[in-house]
Design a protein around this ligand. Structure first.
Ligand SMILES: *Cc1c(COP(=O)(O)O)cnc(C)c1O
Length: 385
């Protein structure tokens, strides 16, 4: 069994280390959409690639093992994974959801699910009392993103899952920001873990993909039914790219997390930065929870610049990171939540959540952190005092 090894080694020495048919040290890409059947009464394991494909299945097995779930599912995007998981709900169900959830999830819940009679309450998931207050007789799901985007608020996954179990609701956790290299929500009581594999899991800004891992076999059957019914499956080339990216997940994150820690401290000490959001800083309000439920604070941080003038000068002069949406790549990515990830959120809602017009989010890549610090420092030095 491969799980006698550590996570780091399991990334390489898992069931798909080599192809059993040829010994090839890379999962073969099976392009076939349909599969010849030898017997008119009993079909083989694969019949049609929406329903099952060996390349996609390899990725699904690898992620299931890494997240310590019973079954994995690969989708055409993170939003396809998330939306398909939401289809486990029915008309008249209610969702309690993190208030600073990913913009696309916010849009799905507030503008799509509502049309199908599924209601929601956005809450500050760091506040257990607020979660309890939000519970309704028809609450069927607690939807958690931790650390949250872009303010890196940390939710106690075990406490929320326990609360969900008390009322017979499910808990979904979007684990995109940390990946199973750092945090394993299913081991803390969650029922489904969701990923935008576009980010750290694939890691090279060259594929859009989503994953879901389920803990319980009965729930897994239900999600499989939905994956096959809705049909938003991941293509085989993209499944292969995610499998390749996964092999370096540990080394990439190890470097990026260390660099993020350095950068968080640099920003914390800079006079033109008014606030740093990073759960690895000892003064982060949920520092202890993060320490208890994850092995590090991850490679994403946000910081608020002193005012909009400082913000503009900084963005105009910074050179190394790409200025873009997305995160979790080999190159550092600087993004502007107000106009990018959270553009779908009305300004009033954004302001209420602390997503100001001078807030930037940084996903730290594989550059030498000293080069990044120099770049950021030079850009801030351009501000006229
Ligand atoms: C990017 C992202 C998503 C959406 O994933 P896509 O692959 O872009 O569809 C969902 N959740 C989080 C936290 C993300 O960062």
């Amino acid at each position: 069994m491969s799980n006698q090894y550590t996570f780091q080694t399991n990334l390489l020495h898992n069931k798909h280390k080599f192809d059993p048919a040829t010994g090839g040290v890379s999962v073969p890409i099976q392009h076939a959409s349909t599969f010849h059947q030898h017997d008119i009464d009993t079909f083989g394991k694969y019949d049609y690639s929406r329903s099952g494909n060996p390349t996609r299945e390899a990725l699904e097995e690898v992620i299931a093992e890494l997240e310590e779930g019973c079954r994995g599912f690969a989708f055409s995007s993170g939003m396809a994974a998330i939306s398909t998981a939401f289809l486990l709900l029915s008309k008249d169900d209610h969702v309690v959801i993190s208030e600073d959830v990913y913009g696309g999830t916010f849009r799905m819940v507030s503008q799509v699910l509502t049309r199908f009679g599924i209601s929601h309450t956005f809450v500050d998931m760091t506040d257990l009392e607020a979660i309890k207050q939000a519970i309704q007789p028809n609450t069927k799901l607690f939807y958690v993103e931790t650390p949250s985007n872009p303010l890196l608020k940390v939710t106690d996954i075990k406490a929320v899952s326990d609360l969900a179990k008390e009322i017979g609701a499910l808990t979904f956790v979007d684990n995109t920001f940390l990946t199973p290299a750092i945090q394993k929500p299913l081991t803390l009581g969650a029922d489904i873990v969701l990923h935008s594999a576009t980010k750290f899991l694939s890691g090279h800004s060259d594929v859009v993909a989503g994953l879901a891992v389920v803990k319980d076999p009965i729930l897994a059957e239900r999600l499989y039914f939905l994956q096959n019914s809705f049909g938003a499956v991941l293509g085989v080339q993209d499944a292969w790219l995610v499998l390749r990216g996964l092999k370096t997940l540990h080394v990439r994150l190890e470097h990026s997390v260390q660099a993020a820690e350095k950068l968080a401290n640099f920003f914390k000490d800079h006079p033109l930065v008014s606030k740093v959001y990073y759960p690895g800083l000892a003064d982060h309000p949920q520092y202890d929870i993060q320490q208890a439920q994850a092995s590090s604070a991850g490679a994403v941080l946000s910081f608020d610049l002193k005012n909009e003038a400082v913000f503009r000068t900084f963005v105009e002069n910074v050179k190394i990171p790409v200025f873009a949406v997305s995160l979790g790549a080999v190159e550092s990515i600087l993004s502007y939540p107000a106009k990018m990830s959270h553009a779908a959120m009305p300004e009033k809602e954004r302001a209420q959540r602390g997503i100001t017009n001078s807030l930037l989010r940084l996903s730290v890549g594989l550059e030498n952190p000293e080069d990044l610090i120099k770049d950021f420092s030079d850009a801030l030095n351009k501000v006229k005092q």
